[in-house]
Design a binder for this molecule. Structure first.
Ligand code: E4P
Length: 215
């Protein structure tokens, strides 16, 4: 399973990269709005730090403009992946730019049919939003499972990114289902590592070692 960091914050990205487990990054306009500086500079810097795919979202809403924007964004770095929301103009643009060899991450996916359409249009990634479905008392994980079954049944070359992750349980469930990737906020990534029994165990071992050492 690959881990992407769901952030545009360069300090968090550098920190996660230093752990040796970071495979990519996903950004979106809301995440970028939290950071200082020019958007292109932020993306270029992220792409320098992360060797894997870095998703950057198109904000155009008409097919010709989305295609033009995607072509421009893809020039920012070799590892840029173009995020396009799933709607009709986005779908048409996905078909065109995927055929040009530009990788697309279809975002804001809330139904299996949306994911199926994106895969048929050539998207490299689809991003079902788990947390936002849970927020409205739907089952985000069920959506991930349905998409995995459908894409696997037909052998699509489209990877599933479990997105809108809110807590470590989402990561466990996505991993058990076989989601290709989880894109995780830094706060959740940090929680994956921690367990109070590990801390207690380490304290005890270190205290006992003091006794052994002083003999
Ligand atoms: C995915 O690529 C999105 O950036 C992200 O997971 C959205 O998560 P949110 O629902 O926490 O905003």
């Amino acid at each position: 399973m690959q881990f992407f960091l769901d952030t545009a914050n360069i300090d968090q990205i550098k920190e996660a990269a230093s752990w040796g487990i970071l495979d990519g990054v996903t950004t979106n306009p809301s995440l970028l709005s939290k950071e200082e500086g020019k958007f292109e500079d932020i993306i270029k810097e992220i792409c320098r730090v992360v060797p894997g795919p870095v998703s950057v979202e198109c904000v155009s809403t008409k097919v010709a403009e989305i295609i033009a924007e995607a072509r421009e964004l893809s020039k920012l770095a070799d590892n840029v992946v173009i995020k396009i929301p799933i709607f009709l103009d986005g779908l048409k643009a996905t078909k065109v730019i995927s055929e040009e060899g530009i990788q697309v991450n279809t975002t804001l996916v809330f139904s299996p049919n949306q994911a199926l359409l994106a895969a048929k249009a050539g998207a490299r990634y689809v991003s079902p939003f788990i947390g936002r479905l849970d927020d409205i008392t739907h089952d985000g994980m069920e959506l991930v499972e349905q998409i995995l079954v459908i894409l696997d049944t037909y052998g699509f070359n489209t990877k599933v990114i479990a997105a809108s992750i809110r807590h470590p349980r989402h990561v466990i469930e996505a991993a058990m289902m076989g989601a290709d990737i989880a894109t995780i906020p830094f706060g959740v990534l940090d929680k994956l590592l921690k367990h109070p029994l590990t801390d207690l165990g380490m304290d005890k071992f270190l205290a006992d070692w003091e006794k052994v050492k002083s003999r």
